[in-house]
Design a protein around this ligand. Structure first.
Ligand SMILES: NC(=O)c1ccc[n+]([C@@H]2O[C@H](COP(=O)([O-])OP(=O)(O)OC[C@H]3O[C@@H](n4cnc5c(N)ncnc54)[C@H](O)[C@@H]3O)[C@@H](O)[C@H]2O)c1
Length: 316
């Protein structure tokens, strides 16, 4: 039994739309995938079928329904009116263009019934820009997933200032129900939270290579063999709490060093030139930039994430 009464609609059947569709179906929701391109709808349904069959075979399928049943919950269409008929929750996954998303939400504002929640997958567009002026604004929210949402459960929920608290609560409850891990932003900020943390790490990794401190390969190892081992289970704040006799004790011991080291951080890099070439060369030697090699490495990453998710479940 699903708690929301009605269908889930996925707008846009690309990378993120497909993964969202699988997540919702794994929890037993009927899902309609809408796209303007029929070929995209057809290929997304075929890809989902293939992915689910493989996941079932390897014992990694999410949810309690078998793959066939989950696949039967997902349909596709290219008619927006038909797509929103019977909808309870619409997850927008069209390309990252403010004009395009505004246009789509404008159309939905006219077509969808007033109790439907409009949720955007945007990576960094502000809810104010996306939703201001819609008569549906109380029912609008950003639910920013991490790629791919089927394997990485975090979802950042970012309301518009006029979003009704019941919309935030209902979206939060829905995300928990489908097995995702929602977090709420108390106010909107450029980049939300995940990307702000990620960009701080990417910038410092770049600077360490630029300043000749370490090779690109070793910088990646510092994360995958070091910090990342803990961060899959504990956040940066709890990590400090456990690395001393509590949070306050950590900063009594290390606060001055952290201030000293952090004050030596260089400005934001330009992300071009010699360093770009150097990092690109190191990464391309490891994973050549052709679809076959990239996809093989993505499949390996997804398999690792699946096992990690299993381990996290056991440990919790
Ligand atoms: N890819 C990521 O890593 C990632 C992570 C988190 C969030 N997001 C966000 O998710 C959203 C989708 O990204 P993606 O990577 O899946 O893009 P994508 O390019 O893979 O897919 C977009 C899909 O939208 C369809 N589309 C285009 N115009 C449309 C319209 N008017 N109506 C319906 N469908 C339309 C396209 O045909 C395509 O199938 C973006 O806002 C992106 O920022 C992406």
């Amino acid at each position: 039994m699903t708690s929301l009464k009605g269908n889930i609609v996925i707008l846009g059947s690309g990378l993120i739309g497909r993964s969202w569709a699988m997540v919702f179906a794994s929890a037993g929701y009927k899902v309609k995938i809408y796209d303007i391109v029929q070929q995209q709808v057809t290929s997304s349904l075929g890809d989902i079928r293939k992915q689910m069959a493989e996941l079932e075979q390897s014992g990694m399928l999410r949810g309690s329904l078998n793959a066939e049943k989950q696949i039967s919950l997902i349909t596709g269409c290219t008619d927006l009116l038909a797509a929103v008929d019977g909808a309870a929750f619409i997850q927008e996954c069209v390309p990252e263009s403010l004009e395009l998303k505004q246009k789509i939400f404008g159309q939905l504002d006219v077509l969808a019934s007033e109790d439907v929640i409009f949720s955007s997958s945007t990576s960094c567009l502000s809810p104010v820009k996306l939703f201001t002026g819609l008569k549906h604004v109380k029912k609008c929210i950003v639910s920013h997933p991490v790629n791919p949402p089927y394997y990485v459960p975090l979802v950042e929920l970012v309301p518009h200032p006029d979003t009704d608290p019941t919309t935030v609560d209902a979206t939060y409850a829905l995300m928990k129900e489908i097995g995702q891990s929602p977090v709420k932003l108390l106010k909107a900020i450029d980049g939300f939270v995940l990307n702000r943390l990620q960009y701080a790490v990417v910038c410092e990794a770049w600077r360490l290579v630029k300043n000749g401190v370490m090779s690109p390969t070793d910088v990646d190892l510092v994360m995958s063999e070091g910090l990342g081992m803990r961060y899959a289970f504990l956040g940066p704040l709890e990590t400090t709490h456990l690395n001393a006799e509590g949070f306050k004790s950590y900063f009594e011991r290390y606060g001055e060093s952290i201030k000293r080291i952090s004050s030596t951080v260089d400005p934001v890099p330009e992300f071009s030139g010699e360093v770009l070439e150097k990092i690109d060369q190191a990464l391309s030697e490891k994973v050549p930039v052709d679809p076959e090699s990239l996809n093989a490495r993505r499949d390996w990453r997804n398999a690792c994430l699946c096992r990690l998710a299993k381990l996290k479940k056991e440990m919790n």
